[in-house]
Design a protein around this ligand. Structure first.
Ligand code: APR
Ligand code: PHB
Length: 396
């Protein structure tokens, strides 16, 4: 084995959580190394959500990577709910005292963070294999891994487990150390990315008897659309033509008539689940982002929750090194989870409101319709939706 590497914070995973944490720590003078299983190109090839809360944008600014987002991102002051053959606008800006969301793809955030990391000369070891965290219940944690065909070791003060849902960190927890909560929904989303102009300048969430559909976008020339499908469906079963036909059927006639179609650039199927692992800290190991929790994508909370975890974690580590206080470290898990559970609640609620469920029958449909009518007819109900959609505030 070659000589061990040493850093203050070892970060596992170069997704948005790991990269953002690395950048915030670096700006506070804290040394960090990232170990990533895949190549940078592979990480950038994953198409994920793209609606950012204001607090997420502020955090990207604080990390020094907000410039392209402000130049190219699209500020949205509302979105639409489509049901019963018509579209109904939710005025986020008006209902929340001036808040809005930013439409900017996770892929672009990742690209900006990777560029900043290269520019800062920070170490990222891509294609690191067999990454295993050890001894995080002591003051001398370490990580063993393989890189360039060699077995290696990284020693550190802390380990940040930013390695997503299938990562090594949560899996390394001793039996009984974590409590896991999970609900898998009986449907999935088929997503298509296409170079077509968006059907509307705002997002449309559509509830239809045939199932849910979502019209989103990445730019004025690139769209991201989804239709609810069976979790057993395979992408190969869905030709582009079938996708566009199905999407059109689930929109109101006026919108369907103006839908521009084209060849898909990417097509994928994602399951919908709620998942939370508690606590998010085990000694000197912290879980952040998808490593600790998954929300169903309705409401676009996944990336924003990853950002709030990173906000709390960066603050806790900065406090540890700069102020010699471990208060932030001690409160990390509880602070994150308070916000996470509210987002789990909201995302589950929005999912239940808008999808076709295989087993709720006609009464289920009627109750969904009553709730949609209530939302679009009641200022109080619309306000509750809007304040969750734009994002709940961080605690102190
Ligand atoms: N060793 C090293 N790296 C690993 C390992 C491992 N054993 N397992 C996974 N990884 C890497 C993955 O290859 C991935 O690049 O960890 C990274 C985790 O990134 P994400 O899955 O994007 O998770 P996170 O950074 O927390 O971002 C959360 O992603 O899924 C969306 O909705 C979610 O937008 C949210 C965001
Ligand atoms: C997306 O653009 O991919 C997207 C937008 C809103 C959501 C989910 C996904 O609620």
């Amino acid at each position: 084995m070659s000589a061990p590497l040493r850093t203050q914070v070892a970060i596992i995973g170069a997704g948005p959580s790991g990269l953002l944490l690395g950048q915030l720590l670096h700006r506070a003078g804290i040394d960090n190394v990232i170990l990533e299983r895949q190549s940078a190109e592979h990480v950038l090839g994953r198409i994920r959500a793209g609606v950012l809360e204001q607090t997420t944008c502020e955090l990207l600014d604080a990390a020094g990577v907000g410039a392209r987002m402000h130049a190219e991102g699209l500020l949205h002051r509302g979105f639409e709910l489509c049901f019963g053959g018509a579209r109904h606008r939710i005025d986020l800006h008006g209902l929340t005292g001036g808040k809005q969301v930013m439409v900017y793809g996770q892929t672009e955030i990742t690209r900006d963070l990777m560029a900043a990391r290269v520019h800062a000369g920070l170490q990222t070891l891509y294609q690191a294999g067999e990454v295993v965290p050890h001894d995080y219940d002591t003051t001398l944690p370490r990580i063993t891994y393989h890189h360039d065909g060699q077995a290696r070791e990284l020693r550190c003060d802390f380990i940040a487990g930013c390695d997503g849902y299938h990562g090594a960190c949560r899996a390394s927890a001793p039996a009984g150390a974590l409590t896991v909560f999970e609900r898998v929904f009986p449907f999935a989303w088929l997503g298509v990315l296409a170079d077509t102009p968006p059907v509307s300048h705002e997002l449309i969430y559509s509830k239809h008897e045939r199932g849910f559909a979502l019209c989103s976008m990445r730019s004025p020339t690139r769209t991201r659309y989804y239709v609810q499908c069976s979790p057993d469906d395979k992408v190969e079963q869905w030709s582009d033509a079938m996708f566009w036909d199905e999407l059109r059927r689930r929109l109101d006639p006026a919108t369907a008539a103006t839908l521009a179609t084209g060849p898909s650039i990417e097509k994928s199927i994602a399951a919908l689940r709620c998942f939370v692992a508690e606590p998010m800290r085990l000694g000197r190991l912290f879980l952040a982002g998808d490593a600790a929790h998954i929300v169903p994508p309705t409401g676009a909370k996944g990336l924003n929750l990853a950002a709030s975890d990173v906000h709390y974690l960066s603050r806790a580590l900065i406090e540890h090194y700069a102020e010699h206080s471990d208060a932030g470290i001690d409160h990390y898990s509880a602070r994150c989870l308070a916000r996470i559970w509210k987002a789990e609640r909201f995302s589950s609620w929005m999912t239940s409101l808008l999808h076709r469920f295989p087993d709720t029958g006609a009464i289920g449909e009627r109750l969904q319709r009553a709730e949609l009518d209530y939302l679009t007819g009641s200022h109080a109900a619309a306000t509750a939706l809007a304040e969750n959609y734009v994002g709940l505030p961080f605690d102190a």
